[in-house]
Design a protein around this ligand. Structure first.
Ligand code: ADP
Length: 722
């Protein structure tokens, strides 16, 4: 029963609490500029939200120029949102789906599909929560009040085009924004382009990984996936066959000529993509290698030429692609999340299979928003399920109504995403160690990636590309009267992107992460951590008012199915161990020799002189393939090639994958023995010995890339000389 003294105690507690908040705010104000305070309203109603969004957009100077970092889409839709009510993506009505499990045997996809889309527009409920706060506080006991934690701080000074969506997210979470930075450290730094947007960050978390932009350039992505295709050809057949120009021009020409000679009815088409291009810039289709542009002399531009998918799935006779948002929450341990909702971007001219006549019809073949928006047929729509840009869920509904097993489509997409990230991780770890060496103070990193996926007519997903900086713009330009432009909200983009950013922040909440670490040791997932989080009642109440997370953990959740693919990561762990000098990404000849010695790979038939020749041969050739590189020495890709060579030399008559795994076991065994005397340096974020597993299944692998053969011949020569 409540007594007067109970009541007095509660009042006292509330007073203490208010004072604590006040003094904390005063302390923060000392650190912040006045501008940062005034720009961050403590709470926002939906009306205020819309107004702020609109006025701040209009207040900005318009710029027509767009950097690659701004991502691939400019925005669609011509009208103000008439209704801010979140649109839910509830797939629970889906019926008649085949229960046959797919090859990945991913369970829980339906649950994933059933999840409520984390739409924004629940600010009203946040307000209700604010109103309900007193009631909650009335129930608080002293210990809970003492636990009340300060708001998470976010430096948004470098957020660029993601700023509007980020501001909305921070407001919904009731966190604290620092729009022009802060003298003391923030918990989270939100960068618009790269890890290096803000130099000298020594703590907290940054929303970019070092090296992600470089890794996701078209050539590097192709190389990383190709390495995996060599080891796991069936698992990585979701990426179209690609050739890297200029270095593989001859190979491309020869292979296509042979293909056509063997079967004259074959009429393959290829898509040429400049290495650093985006938004469809510079992309064109060809039917013959001779049609490659800019092959004057040795001046072939750096590009990827790729098999063109001729039979995409069509909706309303139009080709479309899917933009999915993926959060890499951590590299070590690897944690991947997928947003339940994405975007579908439609072509604006009915699709026909490529022919000489229609090859140049970009509105028929390329789904880029940036191109199609200039077509007279582009449909701006306020609805998420019509027009030239729609939510992915609306597309899934549509195809489900035709009897398609969307559960399988989703699980195939999840598998594609996990496998692609697994292909990127080894090199990302090298970048990470170079930028944030073990022992040096530095932030931890996470990143939202934009996966562009095409569904083939047979519903198989194909990876087109991955964007390090997917556009997070939630507004688009509109001509309100002749010559007068305004930025107005784009409901489809807002629906998807605010949810992705807000829930990324929720997962990166420092308190939640701590909790996650504790829970993880007991096997809990981060989503569980959010669910069980016990902070102040205010916190619980805020969590109640937010939608369920729109981000779904897929790794380590599906570790069992995919861990066997993490073979290259184990090679990278060895590479990192011998890299030595801080800040470098290249292995010197001494480091390579030490690797051979410590792993006991040299013997009477493979002398140290052969080792040196192998090193020089491979390193030199890779230096020619990476012309921009300023650093000398052996890069990870070259080391992998050397490792494959050594594996093939030692373990004959088995598949490349088996050879590599066997050699890994030899190396890891030898290094394990030494680690007692010479312990690897501890690493805050990624230990030198990878946590990647060393188990594998071994279906036959026969194909081997031609490039890997080259050093074998040369090294064989070296052997003969010694
Ligand atoms: P960009 O970075 O310039 O957008 P993409 O690789 O995303 O380059 O390609 C642009 C568009 O071209 C894609 O959105 C897709 O519509 C189309 N496209 C790309 N690769 C292929 C392919 N292999 N087969 C069919 N269409 C493709």
């Amino acid at each position: 029963m409540n007594t007067m003294s109970d009541h007095y105690e509660r009042v006292k507690i509330e007073l203490q609490q208010m004072k604590a908040v006040e003094s904390e705010a005063a302390a923060d104000e000392e650190q912040m500029s006045p501008a940062s305070v005034s720009l961050v309203p403590a709470d926002a109603s939906s009306v205020a939200r819309r107004d702020i969004s609109r006025s701040s957009i209009n207040g900005r100077s318009r710029s027509k120029s767009r950097s690659k970092a701004d991502g691939h889409e400019r925005q669609v839709n011509g009208k103000l949102m008439s209704d801010l009510t979140p649109q839910k993506s509830d797939y629970s009505q889906e019926k008649g789906q085949s229960s046959a499990s797919n090859e990945q045997n991913i369970k829980g996809t339906l649950r994933l599909l059933k999840g409520k889309t984390a739409a924004n527009g629940h600010v009203e409920s946040c307000q209700r929560q604010t109103e309900g706060k007193c009631e909650h506080h009335g129930k608080e006991d002293g210990s809970k009040v003492a636990k009340k934690r300060r708001a998470v701080t976010v430096d948004t000074s470098k957020a660029k085009t993601s700023l509007e969506a980020l501001k909305m997210s921070i407001r919904q979470l009731k966190w604290k924004e620092f729009p022009i930075g802060r003298r003391t450290a923030c918990d989270i730094y939100w960068h618009g382009v790269s890890f290096h947007d803000n130099e000298n960050i020594v703590s907290g978390q940054v929303n970019k990984f070092p090296g992600m932009i470089e890794m996701l350039r078209k050539i590097n992505l192709s190389r990383a996936v190709r390495t995996m295709q060599e080891l796991f050809p069936e698992e990585y057949n979701f990426y179209p066959r690609s050739w890297i120009l200029p270095e593989e021009y001859q190979l491309f020409s020869t292979q296509i000529r042979l293909l056509k000679d063997n079967d004259s009815t074959l009429k393959p088409t290829f898509i040429v993509k400049p290495d650093s291009g985006s938004q469809g810039d510079g992309i064109y289709l060809i039917r013959d290698p001779a049609d490659l542009r800019a092959i004057s002399g040795s001046q072939i531009k750096q590009a990827v030429v790729q098999e063109y998918i001729q039979k995409p799935l069509l909706i309303d006779k139009l080709k479309f692609d899917i933009r999915l948002y993926v959060l890499v929450r951590s590299l070590e341990p690897l944690e991947i999340y997928i947003a339940k909702e994405g975007l579908s971007r439609f072509c604006t001219e009915p699709y026909q299979e490529p022919s000489q006549k229609n090859l140049s019809h970009v509105f028929m073949h390329l789904t880029n928003y940036s191109l199609n928006v200039h077509s007279g047929n582009f449909v701006h729509s306020d609805s998420c399920s019509t027009g030239s840009k729609r939510t992915f869920s609306s597309v899934l509904y549509r195809i489900a109504s035709k009897g398609v097993d969307i559960k399988k489509v989703w699980s195939d997409i999840i598998a594609l995403v996990i496998k692609t990230v697994i292909a990127l991780v080894p090199e990302l770890k090298v970048y990470y160690q170079a930028d944030i060496p073990p022992g040096k103070p530095g932030p931890t990193c996470f990143q939202i990636l934009g996966f562009d996926i095409l569904l083939m007519k047979n519903l198989k997903p194909v990876l087109l590309e991955v964007n390090a900086n997917p556009s997070m713009r939630i507004e688009h330009e509109q001509e309100v009267s002749p010559g007068v432009y305004e930025y107005v909200p784009s409901p489809v983009d807002e629906e998807v992107k605010v949810g992705v950013i807000r829930d990324t922040l929720r997962l990166m909440d420092p308190a939640q992460r701590k909790q996650h670490v504790t829970l993880n040791t007991g096997g809990g997932s981060p989503e569980d951590a959010i669910a069980v989080e016990t902070g102040s009642d205010e916190k619980e109440s805020l969590m109640d008012s937010l939608p369920t997370l729109c981000l779904k953990q897929v790794f380590p959740k599906y570790t069992k199915q995919f861990n066997n693919l993490r073979v290259v990561e184990r090679i990278a762990a060895i590479f990192l161990r011998f890299l030595g000098v801080k800040g470098t990404m290249r292995l010197g000849p001494t480091g390579f020799r030490t690797f051979i010695r410590n792993c006991k790979l040299s013997n009477s038939s493979f002398s140290m002189a052969s080792v040196d020749i192998l090193y020089i041969d491979i390193t030199r050739r890779w230096a020619g393939m990476l012309p921009d590189s300023r650093e000398a020495g052996m890069c990870l890709q070259a080391f992998i090639e050397a490792f494959f060579y050594l594996a093939a030399r030692r373990f004959k008559a088995v598949s490349l994958r088996e050879q590599v795994v066997l050699l890994l076991e030899v190396c890891e065994g030898a290094l394990e023995g030494q680690s007692h005397s010479e312990k690897p340096r501890p690493h805050r974020s990624q230990p030198t010995q990878s946590s990647a597993p060393n188990t594998f299944s071994s279906p036959a692998l026969t194909r081997r890339h031609h490039l890997r053969q080259q050093p074998m011949q040369l090294a064989a020569k070296a052997n003969a000389e010694n």
